[in-house]
Design a protein around this ligand. Structure first.
Ligand SMILES: NC(=O)c1ccc[n+]([C@@H]2O[C@H](COP(=O)([O-])OP(=O)(O)OC[C@H]3O[C@@H](n4cnc5c(N)ncnc54)[C@H](O)[C@@H]3O)[C@@H](O)[C@H]2O)c1
Length: 349
């Protein structure tokens, strides 16, 4: 099987890429190499004959047409996106151009390619999206997002992803393009770009810098280990039912404050400070505008229909992650100088 993966030099795309090659699939990594990309994420597979890299932008339709015809993929897994909510608050236009217009281009290129091959029934366009399209849940643990939850995006990022989800469903209903969709919760794990909460906390902690907590830290996220997510994505791409959406979550809800406390406790054990505790570095900072209170996914469908289960608890996953950042300092240190990485973003309203 040959899989074209957009955004394969990013956090989740590279995890899918590494797993797909390990399974013997041919992969084409299509990536524009924005500030969030890092080709070192796929260094372990870059010399594998199954791996090909295409430096291309999904906003460039001609490039997409050329790449599809040249590589003849059986499946497209679409992960390329602008993905940082804080950046979407400061500069929403890139999010509209890549997440909406880019997805539209990719759908049109995929449709032309699929029609040109006489509409093979086995072809799949797998769109990877987020639980943030569903908006914000109350703290009541009874309520969780499912595949039928109404859309209610509240940030430029989630609105752009919601728009892309609608386009994908419309291309299925209108043109019959064989699609599957997934909406997942917050990922964490190795190769997570240093501007996101978990890597930022680990890095700031060992650098002796403040550990910023937005607002009072009561916002709840449902944490999913990236390797478990990559496994789920390949399962959906290979076995998901046509036109169907699968919600993917780790069933590991934590407030941001609880999460940072856990990271500090793990660091206290793995790399104790000369004096005091990492928790002493926590600093509360003004909240993000429109900060969603809670996300939580009910993953019953993917569990029951496809048999997917997360392989680690959040405690195990966080230990693995902290250990990875402590032993891969070379990887994250050079990313810190990239555009606005160490700066507080997303405070304008
Ligand atoms: N990280 C999460 O917790 C999370 C949660 C839910 C959904 N998602 C979704 O999963 C996907 C991957 O997320 P991620 O965290 O790996 O993102 P990421 O920011 O780490 O990587 C995105 C990749 O896409 C590439 N890219 C960006 N714009 C492009 C363009 N115009 N053309 C081609 N390539 C482009 C970047 O260079 C980068 O390699 C995204 O669609 C995101 O919305 C992520």
């Amino acid at each position: 099987m040959k899989v074209l993966i957009t955004g394969g030099a990013g956090f989740i795309g590279s995890a899918v890429m590494r797993k797909a090659v390990a399974r013997g699939h041919g992969v084409i990594n299509l990536d524009a190499l924005t500030y969030a990309a890092c080709l070192e994420n796929v260094a372990s597979v870059e010399h594998d004959p199954l791996y090909h890299f295409e430096h291309a932008d999904i906003r460039n339709r001609a490039a997409l047409d050329r790449i599809l015809v040249q590589h003849q993929p059986d499946i497209i897994m679409h992960l390329a996106a602008e993905s940082h909510v804080d950046r979407s608050i400061d500069g929403p236009s890139d999010f509209i151009e890549t997440n909406v217009t880019g997805t539209f281009n990719l759908l049109e290129a995929a449709r032309a390619y699929w029609v040109g091959k006489d509409r093979p029934a086995s072809f799949r366009f797998h769109h990877i999206s987020t639980d943030e399209v569903f908006g914000s849940l109350p703290q009541n643990p009874e309520q969780r997002f499912t595949e039928t939850t109404s859309y209610d995006p509240r940030s430029p990022y989630s609105a752009s992803k919601a728009a892309s989800d609608h386009l994908v469903r419309a291309w299925h209903e209108t043109y019959g393009l064989p699609v599957v969709l997934t909406n997942c919760s917050n990922n964490y794990g190795p190769y997570h770009f240093p501007e996101k909460l978990i890597p930022l906390t680990i890095i700031n902690a060992i650098e002796g810098k403040p550990l910023p907590i937005y607002g009072d830290g009561s916002n709840i996220r449902d944490w999913l280990f990236v390797e478990d997510h990559a496994e789920a994505l390949l399962l959906v791409a290979e076995k998901g039912a046509l036109g169907r959406t699968y919600a993917i979550g780790g069933e590991n809800e934590r407030t941001n404050l609880e999460l940072v406390h856990s990271l500090c406790a793990i660091l206290d054990q793995m790399r104790p400070k000369v004096s005091g505790h990492y928790m002493d570095q926590i600093e509360f900072v003004p909240d993000r505008p429109g900060h969603d209170a809670r996300y939580s996914i009910d993953p019953s469908r993917i569990r029951n229909e496809l048999g997917w289960r997360p392989s680690v608890t959040v405690e195990e996953g966080l230990k693995k992650t902290v250990d990875w950042y402590l032993t891969n300092e070379d990887w994250w240190r050079k990313l810190l100088s990239r555009h606005d990485v160490s700066k507080r973003l997303g405070v304008s309203s």
